[in-house]
Design a protein around this ligand. Structure first.
Ligand code: PEP
Ligand code: MN
Length: 350
């Protein structure tokens, strides 16, 4: 249920409306706009039927929300959300957000080299997995906390906020101590206890779409995080599994405008895991930007041929620099901007 207030509603009236709803056993969520304030009511709507909501001072109209996701829906928000990351980055604004870095943190030197280079090419955030969800238990599983420490060190040197995956509820507290953005991987998109756990920490969440998840399931996963109080969710389309084997996954381009129509949350695209091939990263990036994506998550490695994971889809430092130049006309056509090299940052002096 959404309650829209009168334009001149007072703070006392707002408090009173919320109190009336909350005493009925529902939770409220306030979204203040320039002209109207929206109060979202979350919980069992049948409780509200007796409440004569329209008679409460300050209430202008009352609307049921028929979608299963509430906090993620447009009705609960006054326009598109911008998720702020650290004190230098944001996702959902006019500038495209670019997250770049290796699939896995493999060592301090390779991470530092990658971070400096991608920052100089215009990336706004550094990615790198310390805990890796690998199909084989015998494959490289990531450096764990040592990898998180390296990410934090490189952030201190370059100023780049860090994005890294958390795979397990038991790791959330530790990963949140180091990371600026908590990544939930495709394989964990419906790990409901993990979603709730990251919902309880105040760190933006990069939620990747499950490889067999519908858009509705994807948004319900976001709702799990938001329902615990963490509203800073960034959605990431990373390709879904289809019958096609020429590509690692099939990038669901239509998901971008469909998500934009359904939710106020920002939508990023990961062309690396979608295509699984270096030669597809640029064309998929162009298509994503043209379709309205708020940014890209790109795997970059100094020597992809030696990468411990996902070398086939990782761009070299030079090819990432080229990609950043190539996306400019697509960004401009879509009404977006692309950050230039991060001049003036500590990266320059390092
Ligand atoms: C990753 O980002 O390295 C990753 C494992 O991605 P996904 O969860 O989308 O497969
Ligand atoms: Mn990867």
């Amino acid at each position: 249920m959404i309650i829209v207030t009168r334009p001149n509603v007072t703070d006392a009236e707002l408090d009173n409306i919320r109190e009336r709803i909350e005493t009925l056993g529902m939770r409220t969520h306030l979204s203040r706009g320039e002209h109207r304030t929206i109060i979202g009511c979350i919980g069992d709507e049948t409780l509200l039927h007796e409440a004569a909501l329209l008679s409460i001072a300050g209430v202008e109209s009352v609307h049921p929300v028929l979608k299963p996701y509430k906090l993620a829906s447009h009705e609960f928000s006054n326009g598109p959300s911008i998720v702020r990351v650290g004190d230098s980055a944001e996702v959902g604004g006019r500038a495209l957000a670019i997250i770049a870095g290796p699939c896995s943190v493999e060592g301090r030197d390779m991470l530092r080299e990658t971070a400096r280079s991608v920052a100089a090419s215009g990336a706004g955030m550094l990615r790198g997995g310390a805990f890796k969800p690998r199909s084989s238990p015998y494959a490289f599983q990531g450096l764990g906390e040592a990898g998180l420490k390296m990410l934090a060190e490189v952030r201190a040197e370059t100023g780049l906020p860090i994005v890294t995956e958390v795979m397990d509820t038991r790791q959330v507290e530790m990963v949140a101590e180091y990371a600026d953005v908590l990544q939930i991987g495709a394989r964990n998109m419906q790990n409901f206890s993990l979603l709730s756990e990251v919902g309880r920490v105040q760190r933006p969440v990069l939620l990747k779409r499950g490889m067999s998840a519908t858009i509705k399931e994807f948004l319900m996963a976001a709702e799990y995080v938001m329902a615990q109080g963490n509203r800073d969710v960034i959605l990431c389309e990373r390709g879904i599994r289809t019958y096609e084997t020429a590509t690692r996954n099939t990038l669901d381009i239509a998901a971008i405008p469909v998500l934009k129509a359904e939710t106020h949350l920002p939508v990023m695209v990961d062309p690396s895991h979608a295509g699984g091939r270096v030669d597809l990263v640029a064309p998929l990036s162009f298509a994503a930007i043209a379709a309205g994506a708020d940014g890209l998550v790109v795997e970059v490695h100094p020597t992809p041929e030696t990468a411990l994971s996902d070398g086939d889809q990782s761009l070299t430092l030079q090819n990432f620099e080229k990609l950043m130049r190539q996306i400019r006309p697509f960004a401009e056509a879509a009404g977006r901007t692309v950050a230039g090299p991060r001049t003036g940052l500590r990266v320059e002096a390092a």
